[in-house]
Design a binder for this molecule. Structure first.
Ligand code: HMG
Ligand code: MG
Length: 305
């Protein structure tokens, strides 16, 4: 297999993970969790989102979280930003990177951010311009890159159209989201085959949800095609409240196992991530289901939840 030596893991649990939880986690516990994650060797943590608190009440404390975490110089702290209003809120408390987001599918875009795709472009363009003036880098998410909960299959051409627009705006990375976790490696190959005709693999991160257990297979396919950045979530938390059936992101600890056994470096300590997964599991009061957590429960026997 043609594999990279190193991969960057972008932890999205505190944002993508907690946005989908029914209950609210208190701010101090979130902060403690993020502080634990900051000590694990992760280079990148998406800590919250500055969307409308009515739409995502779970993350309504974004300002408090950003003000309270202990920041490490070698960690990039990012947040999800829907519009300039969100960016201004984030700049007040300080972030390193702004993540703008939209969908390849018209109906998910409309349900998620209340705009058509064409109406979204100028909104995000303004965010990118203002973020750059504030010396931030900007990442652009494209959601529903393989399937949409409302429309079914999404073609690679639909994704390319949105990627082109984000690149024209000036984003430095595009994260391709299989939001509802329907994709399989042949579809990932089709998608990347088209996108990599136009852009280098270094432009892209892959953001797989593991709804149907295909995320690791999709990661392997992406690695083979030259992708070296992956989003994941400690404990496999995650989902989009505006995409029914979107279950957790692929678990960071399961990705770490896969990569380390394939000889690929991440710089992230497995034990610290598993501990952080048990920490948040306890605060959520429900069992999280990653493979590495199961193994830790069975072999170490010192975890209760
Ligand atoms: P809207 O209602 O159309 O907003 O929502 P609006 O511009 O018409 O403004 C309405 C009111 O909201 C105004 O207040 C604004 O000031 C206020 P009023 O004048 O009525 O008092 N407002 C805000 N307040 C606080 N922060 C803001 C903000 N913006 C407007 N940022 C909006 C549009 C985009 C804001 C809304 O639809 C929203 O917040 N959506 C967020 C949905 C979301 O977070 N979904 C989950 C994340 S996406 C995802 O999970 C997928 C991903 O993980 C990748 C993958 O898995 O594929 C990224
Ligand atoms: Mg997601």
């Amino acid at each position: 297999m043609n594999l990279p030596q190193k991969v960057v893991i972008k932890e999205v649990g505190p944002r993508d993970g907690l946005q989908n939880e029914k209950g609210l986690i208190n701010t101090n516990e979130k902060v403690q969790w993020i502080d634990n994650l900051s000590q694990s060797g992760l280079q990148y943590i998406e800590v919250s989102s500055f969307v409308h608190p009515k739409w995502i009440p779970q993350l309504a404390d974004a300002e408090k979280v950003l003000k309270s975490i202990k920041r490490h110089n070698d960690v990039t702290y990012a947040a999800l930003i829907p519009n300039v209003k969100g960016l201004m809120r984030a700049l007040e408390v300080g972030i390193d990177e702004a993540s703008v987001f939209m969908s390849a599918s018209e109906s998910h875009n409309k349900n998620n951010i209340n705009k058509t795709i064409d109406e979204t472009f100028p909104v995000l363009k303004e965010v990118v311009e203002e973020a750059k003036k504030a010396n931030l880098t900007v990442r652009g998410y494209v959601s529903t890159v393989i399937g949409c909960p409302y429309e079914g299959s999404i073609s690679p051409e639909q994704v390319l159209r949105v990627v082109d627009a984000l690149v024209d705006m000036g984003v430095s990375e595009v994260s391709l989201g299989d939001t509802i976790g329907v994709g399989v490696p042949t579809q990932v190959e089709q998608l990347l085959t088209l996108l990599l005709k136009h852009y280098p693999p270094s432009l892209f991160a892959m953001h797989f949800h593991d709804t149907r257990g295909t995320a690791l297979a999709n990661i392997v396919k992406s690695l083979e095609m030259g992708i070296t950045t992956f989003d994941s979530s400690t404990g496999g938390l995650g989902g989009c409240p505006y995409a029914k059936g979107a279950s957790g992101n692929v678990a960071t600890e399961d990705v770490l196992y896969l990569l380390s056994e394939m000889g690929i470096e991440t710089g992230v300590d497995m034990n610290s991530i598993v501990e952080a997964a048990f920490f948040i599991e306890q605060k959520l009061g429900r069992n999280l289901m990653s493979k590495q957590m199961e193994i830790a429960r069975n072999t170490r026997g010192d975890y209760t939840s």
